[in-house]
Design a protein around this ligand. Structure first.
Ligand code: ZN
Length: 468
């Protein structure tokens, strides 16, 4: 059985039975700039979650919205003298290309906010008619938090604490409560605008999500995900909107949130300027290494950004690719494997899947995979036939189809590989003078060796990493 930590109940809960239909929604990007690797982490995590659930037999319908109308888009377009639509189309394309490069291919639909204006208008109208929204003249319609006493149930915060998270269009001194948020903003001269019977304008920050999910999923569904920074106020606002509009609770059964990616102790963000875009990261690292890096911490934990961590990931995926090749090991003099070893390997296989069933504990699954690799390599070194074992193939299948961290065959010239192996032996024996000598020889052949916790990282000297 799968256990999932639910932000709403603040505990791990038994998930639905395998075979169930799962409607899953994850907040997508606001397409006004390149996304950074912290955002990419969130999208890779939910890609793995969707793929794992499908792997276990769930029918997952996965939707992610594209926010293509927003304050930041309008502002950026004005600053750069572009048309807001051209700007958002450009960054939407870049985002989708980035996702493809990262092997994020589990999303069934990427609906745009601007393609769902009628649904947004309909939901705003419902909230006005039900008395949950009020008008501020010459500004727009706001959600009245006094009509929704449960506000704060996801985050444990109140509307009084909302001031640090309001967006520009939510600022107005005439609001009844400081946490009240904008549902529909009347348009000013030169701003994008859509006609509505209650006044031409554009959607507020939160309304597109619930309008889109109501259209494709109905008023209630199973999983809503996003980055941790969206819990408040964005996801609280979504709950307030949808539960008020439909009168049905809960809007979403399981809420999942991904932790921050931190750089030098601070959250990676555009406003802090300490970010690495996924475009740049993909120039430097393979998609498998980036995915491995994202999955090397539990999704709810902080993940540290360091060059060292990414280099380790690059080596780790090389080890996994080598393992894939070694698994088919059989030579005529091979000895049969004994039953204790088979049992140990089966146990490791089960532990990998148990880790995934326990709130998608990818670092634990990775740890056990490396124990398994170690074990199998030892057997092969002892000339034992491992070619008939199925548990390692199943484990590798998971790391390939769900984790997406199994790349192509590692191609390093044989003579270089021989020197690398010799150098590893020298290092293990503490003969560092010999190891340095070998490093020089390797360098003369055009390769560079660096040592990481997963073993040597071998790169071509012009900095291209030698995988594939
Ligand atoms: Zn959202």
């Amino acid at each position: 059985m799968i256990q999932i930590y639910n932000t709403l109940t603040k505990r791990k809960e038994e998930f639905l039975a395998p075979g169930s239909k799962i409607r899953m929604f994850v907040c997508g990007p606001t397409v006004y700039d390149y996304i950074h690797i912290g955002n990419a982490r969130t999208f890779v995590v939910f890609d793995v979650i969707a793929k794992y659930l499908r792997y276990r037999g769930y029918g997952v319908n996965y939707i992610q919205n594209i926010t293509d109308i927003d304050d930041r888009i309008i502002k950026r377009a004005q600053e750069t003298g572009q048309n807001w639509k051209e700007l958002s189309e450009k960054f939407e394309k870049i985002f989708l290309d980035n996702m493809k490069s990262l092997k994020v291919d589990s999303v069934d639909k990427y609906p745009r906010a601007t393609d769902h204006i009628p649904e947004i208008i309909k939901q705003v109208r419902t909230l006005i008619e039900k008395g949950n929204a009020y008008l501020i003249e010459d500004d727009g319609y706001y959600f009245d938090l006094k009509t929704f006493p449960e506000y704060g149930k996801l985050s444990g915060r109140t509307s009084e604490m909302a001031d640090d998270a309001v967006s520009r269009i939510d600022e107005n001194s005439k609001k009844r409560d400081r946490g009240d948020f904008c549902l529909w903003k009347f348009s000013k001269e030169g701003e994008p605008s859509w006609p509505a019977d209650f006044g031409a304008g554009r959607p507020g920050w939160h309304i597109e999500d619930t309008a889109i999910t109501e259209k494709y999923f109905g008023p209630q569904y199973e999983i809503h995900g996003g980055g941790q920074d969206l819990i408040f106020p964005h996801h609280e606002a979504e709950i307030a909107q949808q539960e008020s509009a439909s009168g049905l609770k809960p809007f979403v059964k399981y809420w999942l949130h991904v932790g921050f990616l931190v750089n030098k102790g601070g959250k990676m963000s555009k406003s802090l300027g300490n970010f690495l875009t996924i475009e740049k990261a993909l120039e430097k690292y393979s998609p498998e290494a980036l995915r491995f890096y994202f999955l090397s911490a539990h999704y709810r934990s902080l993940l540290d950004y360091t060059e060292e961590n990414l280099k380790q990931a690059e080596v780790a995926i090389t080890r996994i690719a080598e393992f894939k090749n070694r698994l088919r090991f059989y030579d005529q003099n091979s000895k049969p494997i004994n039953i204790d070893d088979v049992k140990e390997i089966e146990k490791m296989h089960d532990e990998i899947f148990e880790a995934m069933n326990d709130d998608f504990n990818t670092p634990k699954a990775i740890g056990v995979l490396f124990d398994l690799i170690h074990k199998i390599n030892n057997l092969i070194d002892k000339n034992i036939d491992v070619s008939q074992l199925t548990p390692p193939i199943a484990a590798l299948g998971l790391f390939d189809s769900v984790f997406g961290v199994v790349g192509g065959e590692v191609k390093i010239a044989k003579e270089v590989q021989k020197l690398i192996d010799e150098r590893e032996v020298a290092r293990k024996e503490g003969d560092f003078a010999r190891a340095d000598e070998l490093r020089e020889q390797i360098k003369n052949l055009g390769y560079e060796v660096e040592d990481t916790i997963y073993g040597p990282l071998v790169k071509k000297l012009h900095n291209a990493i030698v995988t594939n």
